[in-house]
Design a protein around this ligand. Structure first.
Ligand code: SAH
Ligand code: F3S
Length: 431
């Protein structure tokens, strides 16, 4: 059997794209996954281009792969960097056999045997394509509900690499999730760049269905016990959506609300469509209707023109919302984005200091949140066997929980009591 080595960088959407490619390849000819590069017949690097670093790393990595691959093995570059650099990747690294864009993953079997094929069409409509089945975790399913992004956040390259936003018909989603449930998935993760903008545009049908209606539809699937989604956009968090999130027992009480900046002036420059006050108001609404929910966020520091006052506003939102999880980044100028042309780029040292300050304060808040979990009861879906006689899973609110045990706990949703806390995870015993 041929062997496939696949490296996945970036977001959950990329993880799902990798699953899709594995499924498609397997339908044509069975592949065994390997973590040994030198054994692989096919090497795929599924790339991310949201920040500059991983892009720079790509070419050095291709060099290493070229050196250690077995003779005749193929190298493919897929994902967002493939979309934005296209044939230049092959020009710069002729050892790359094919380039496949983030919106073209369904074409993997077409390009895999075509020397120097480049498929990077960002208008390509994959929204009704039924991919083969493959899940990296048998207990959970990831399902794309939309592809692309219709926003134009001035820092972000994603609309240029993934194209316009198209929603996947709800019947197809219900069909796909039902199939996954039948083969052991009790949990689904709905994926999209702006999941709560679902239904804005479908590829061809006359369908009318917004995200709240989609959640209601999906929660009727028998045997499905947990629904998660990422990422929603703060702008589309209307009351009906928050109400559904809070009251639907199948929806896990974990929500990502990407802030980016706490400064209303900078949010305007970023074209995010909300103010500091709107953002805080939406988080307060979530906290009031659903006090058990955890809220995570993304923050960029050092966006062009960010003053001390702007950064203070970001720190102020951190203080008011007390996010349970923070993904924070130094602004990285990207090609094809408006902000890369903005004049007032911020000094790297200053951005670094702000990032450190933000992360330090978040860590203090997180420690308080995690310490308070001691003795608490959490309902955990165990889905991973660890090597040291332990099993891990996620609490309903997304916290990582470990317990002593073996296979029989896998696939079980059980109540546990927290006996030890740390910053990243909780230790528990059965109740
Ligand atoms: N649609 C997703 C965002 C995808 S990009 C969402 O709204 O959550 C993931 C995160 O990367 C963004 O939320 C942002 O915080 C960060 N990011 C995007 N472009 C960036 C850039 N140019 N520099 C630094 N961080 C960036
Ligand atoms: Fe990027 Fe903004 Fe879309 S962060 S993915 S352009 S919502």
């Amino acid at each position: 059997m041929k062997k496939l080595y696949i490296e996945t960088l970036g977001c959950a959407m990329n993880v799902r794209d990798s699953e899709h490619m594995i499924a498609e390849l397997n339908q044509k000819e069975p592949y065994e996954l390997t973590e040994e590069l030198s054994e692989a017949d096919l090497i795929i690097i599924n790339t991310c281009s949201v920040r500059e670093k991983p892009v720079a790393k790509l070419f050095s990595e291709i060099g290493v792969f070229k050196k250690f691959k077995k003779p005749g093995a193929k190298i493919g570059v897929t994902g967002c960097t493939a979309s934005h650099l296209g044939k230049d990747i092959i020009k710069r690294a002729p050892s790359v056999d094919f380039v496949l864009g983030a919106r073209n993953v369904s074409k993997i079997t077409e390009v895999v045997d075509k020397k120097h094929a480049v498929e990077i069409d960002t208008d390509f409509d994959e929204s009704t394509y039924a991919f083969g089945e493959y899940r990296s975790n048998p207990f959970k399913a990831m399902v794309n509900i939309s592809i692309g992004c219709d926003k134009s956040c001035t820092f972000c390259i994603v609309p240029a690499t993934r194209g316009d936003e198209i929603s996947i018909p709800s019947d197809l989603l219900v069909q796909e999730i039902t199939k996954a449930v039948k083969t052991g998935a009790k949990e689904v993760m709905l994926l999209g760049q702006n999941v709560n903008n679902y239904g804005r545009r479908f590829g061809s049908s006359e369908e009318v269905c917004d995200f709240t209606q989609l959640l209601q539809k999906i929660s009727k699937i028998e045997g499905l016990e947990r629904i998660r989604f990422t990422s929603p956009h703060p702008l589309h968090m209307d009351d009906a959506f928050i109400q559904e999130f809070a009251s639907n027992p199948k929806i896990c009480k974990q929500i990502h609300v990407p802030l980016q900046s706490g400064s209303t002036a900078l949010l305007k420059e970023m074209k995010r469509g909300y103010t500091k006050e709107n953002f805080i108001n939406r988080c307060e609404k979530i906290r009031s209707l659903c006090p058990e929910a955890t809220i995570s966020t993304d923050i960029i520091v050092g966006f062009p023109g960010e003053s001390d006052e702007d950064f203070k506003d970001t720190m102020d939102v951190l203080e008011k919302v007390r996010f349970e999880q923070l993904f924070s980044f130094k602004y990285s100028p990207r090609p094809h984005t408006e902000a890369a042309e903005f004049k007032e780029q911020i000094d790297n040292t200053l951005s670094g200091q702000r990032l450190t300050k933000l992360q330090a304060r978040h860590t203090e808040i997180l420690d308080e949140i995690m310490d308070a979990q001691l003795e608490k009861i959490h309902t955990v879906y165990f889905d991973e066997l660890k090597s040291n006689g332990r099993v891990s899973g996620r609490a309903n609110d997304g916290k990582l929980v470990f317990i002593e045990g073996s296979e029989e706990l896998l696939g079980q949703i059980v109540d546990v009591k927290i006996i030890k806390t740390s910053r990243g995870a909780l230790d528990a015993v059965l109740t």
